[in-house]
Design a protein around this ligand. Structure first.
Ligand SMILES: [Zn+2]
Length: 140
């Protein structure tokens, strides 16, 4: 392989590495929500994917959405069914907010955190920097 070629390849690899690094930064990429309307109800068809991805209790995530929408919700399989017609953008907005409030480490902004409960206190433990911070909201 010619020297120029080799350097080009090396550069490519380095770019790829820094790209990957960027991906693990503070911005958490949420998958698109899959919303379907039927009558006066909104079906959040891929609901189950989100708690899995966020590594949070599905029940809590559901309660959070229900409270923010001020609307009752029930689960049917992997779907969450809301009363009323909800805008898909609102789901994305609320889930993004949930990530900010219940996932992001206040110290390093990493979303790689887990919830720890002891006594009646809830803590957010960061797997990136190790910081432990108290979590005040009820939907962790
Ligand atoms: Zn951290």
């Amino acid at each position: 392989m010619a020297k120029g070629e080799y350097e080009k390849l090396l550069k490519k690899i380095q770019d790829k590495i820094s790209e990957n690094k960027k991906d693990t930064g503070s911005r958490f990429e949420l998958p698109p929500v899959d919303i379907m309307w039927q009558g006066n109800r909104t079906f959040f068809r891929n609901f189950a994917d989100f708690p899995k991805l966020l590594r949070r209790d599905p029940e809590k995530v559901l309660q959070y959405l229900s409270k923010e929408f001020a609307s009752p919700v029930q689960v049917a399989g992997d779907k969450a069914v809301f009363v009323g017609k909800k805008d898909p953008h609102d789901f994305t907005m609320l889930l993004t907010r949930y990530v900010k409030e219940y996932l992001e480490c206040p110290t390093c902004k990493s979303p790689d955190t887990r919830v720890e409960k002891s006594n009646r206190l809830t803590f957010l433990v960061c797997e990136a920097c190790g910081a432990k911070s108290s979590l005040k909201g009820p939907y962790a």
